[in-house]
Write a protein that binds this ligand. Structure first.
Ligand SMILES: Cc1cc2nc3c(=O)[nH]c(=O)nc-3n(C[C@H](O)[C@H](O)[C@H](O)COP(=O)(O)OP(=O)(O)OC[C@H]3O[C@@H](n4cnc5c(N)ncnc54)[C@H](O)[C@@H]3O)c2cc1C
Ligand SMILES: NC(=O)c1ccc[n+]([C@@H]2O[C@H](COP(=O)([O-])OP(=O)(O)OC[C@H]3O[C@@H](n4cnc5c(N)ncnc54)[C@H](OP(=O)(O)O)[C@@H]3O)[C@@H](O)[C@H]2O)c1
Length: 433
């Protein structure tokens, strides 16, 4: 059934009717900033509550990814603690502790504390009443009238709504990245991706191969190492987890976790390694190979955007669709502190929509957006140090206070501690300088 939303067309011209897609951290802060700027806001969220990735979802589906008809919507696992100090993670407009029931406030708290923080944020800014839960956005289409048509579905029906602007906050950790390893699908044991992992128990006594050593590979290999007979880790040395990278070395002081060469092929039970060796008798492979950006509800080519190798471009300020600037996509950047970044971005989007801030002309935005070719710059969206100047720039554009200078040095300390002791760094406390 289709229903035409009557909208709020009697609003003053500067106040827009805006759809926000997703009620994770980015969608919540987007809703708050848009409301603060006087816009009308509806948030569409496919799940039954706020929090996005922080909203734990029990996964009782098949363990093997090859037999799954659908995957969980959040990769959150039971032992997860933040890998950034909580005081750095929070929104600037909501500097509250990340608390865990019955525990003193910790620098690197468990995921429940983050979920609780986001729920309180949503409650305190009365955002829940703006959110349509259980409502999946299926298609977003630009109209000639400079408006947007949004088709959504719930369990009961499909509906169509019209908006002046759209802010995409759908995250980018839901579509597993499948590594390019010939024959992997022929593997005779259990093959899963970290999005399905919840706890180490199913791997007790097994020989497990973990592929990839980002944050997921780091955590999961060590946790599984405590119960498995043996954990092998095959990973490139690129990235932030450089501790004990030599092949054959133990990883993270865990006697059961050992680095092996990259896996270059698979033939049934045989795993071929870059060194020419063959690994056999592996019971389970856990792919910790990351995620692919996925916007199934957007026709990217129609919007003048390409998405290749997790580079979404061109976007002005890695934020605005250049052909249709009333569409923005928050936190497409990686290796950043996402909550405050989303906050600065959302404030700027809200001000552009109200006319308080203006964007350059189309050609100027295109010229400045650059970095659109993944072959030329595969790390275009890996911001790292670049996030400091980026957030300062957005702060200045919006007349907001910048993050204090004392904020950033802590990040280097965290990375340093993490390289040295990936299994234990969270039990220290890293404060602002
Ligand atoms: C395992 C893991 C651990 C992490 N740990 C940290 C950490 O310690 N510190 C840190 O700062 N960051 C961490 N991050 C990064 C994390 O992604 C950000 O902290 C932040 O939660 C991102 O929020 P988001 O709103 O952009 O995306 P998400 O949290 O992914 O939220 C997106 C929301 O959009 C909804 N959605 C998607 N598509 C649709 C649709 N078609 N229709 C309706 N709704 C839709 C989803 O259901 C979801 O609720 C971690 C990420 C992962 C995956
Ligand atoms: N709070 C926490 O402790 C925590 C825990 C888990 C995840 N997270 C967050 O969740 C997000 C996703 O993390 P993630 O670890 O799942 O993904 P990720 O950061 O994208 O890491 C994936 C890793 O897999 C590697 N990889 C890909 N293909 C490979 C192959 N064929 N062989 C070997 N290695 C391969 C990548 O190496 P290259 O880089 O060389 O391509 C990369 O290191 C990040 O933002 C992370 O910070 C946080």
């Amino acid at each position: 059934m289709y229903q035409v939303y009557q909208g709020c067309r009697d609003m003053s011209e500067n106040n827009k009717n805006v759809a926000v897609i997703g009620a994770g951290a980015s969608g919540l802060i987007a809703a708050r900033e848009l409301l603060a700027e006087g816009h009308q806001v509806t948030v569409f969220e496919q799940r039954e509550g706020v929090g996005g990735v922080w909203r734990y979802e029990q996964w009782d589906g098949p363990m093997d990814i090859r037999t799954c008809s659908s995957l969980p919507l959040s990769p959150m696992y039971q032992s997860l603690r933040t890998n950034i100090p909580a005081w750095m993670m929070g929104f600037r407009v909501y500097q509250q502790d990340f608390t865990e029931p019955g525990k003193p406030v910790r620098c690197f708290p468990a995921y429940q504390a983050v979920q609780d923080y986001l729920q309180r944020f949503s409650d305190d800014f009365q955002l829940n009443e703006r959110i349509r839960f259980g409502c999946k956005v299926d298609q977003i289409t630009p109209l000639e009238s400079d408006r947007w048509k949004i088709k959504v579905s719930t369990e009961q029906k499909t509906e169509t709504f019209f908006y002046d602007a759209v802010v995409i906050c759908s995250g980018h950790f839901s579509k597993p990245h499948w590594p390019d390893i010939p024959g992997l699908k022929t593997f005779e044991g259990t093959l899963l991706h970290s999005i399905q992992y919840r706890s180490p128990e199913p791997f007790a006594g097994q020989r497990v191969l973990v592929i990839g050593l980002g944050s997921s590979g780091e955590d999961i290999s060590l946790a599984v190492g405590d119960v498995a007979e043996q954990v092998y880790v095959a990973a490139r040395t690129k990235g932030m987890n450089r501790s004990e990278t030599a092949v054959g070395s133990r990883y993270g002081n865990n006697k059961n976790v050992i680095r092996i060469p990259l896996v270059t092929g698979c033939n049934g039970s045989q795993l071929l390694l870059e060194s020419g060796d063959v690994l056999e008798d592996v019971d389970s492979i856990i792919l910790c190979t990351g995620y692919e950006y996925d916007y199934p509800f957007l026709q990217l080519d129609r919007l003048g955007i390409t998405c290749r190798a997790n580079i979404l471009a061109p976007l002005y300020l890695d934020l605005f669709c250049i052909e249709y600037p009333s569409l923005s996509i928050l936190t497409v950047q990686r290796k950043v502190i996402p909550f405050p970044m989303a906050e600065f971005q959302a404030r700027y989007v809200a001000q552009v929509l109200s006319g308080k801030a203006t964007l350059p002309a189309r050609d100027e935005m295109l010229k400045r957006s650059g970095g659109s070719n993944p072959e030329l710059d595969p790390d275009a969206l890996c911001y790292k140090e670049k996030q400091i100047t980026y957030m300062s720039h957005l702060a200045r554009l919006t007349g907001s206070p910048e993050l204090p200078e004392s904020y950033w040095p802590a990040l280097d300390k965290v990375y340093d501690l993490r390289w040295k002791d990936p299994g234990g760094y969270r039990d220290t406390s890293v404060d602002a300088e």
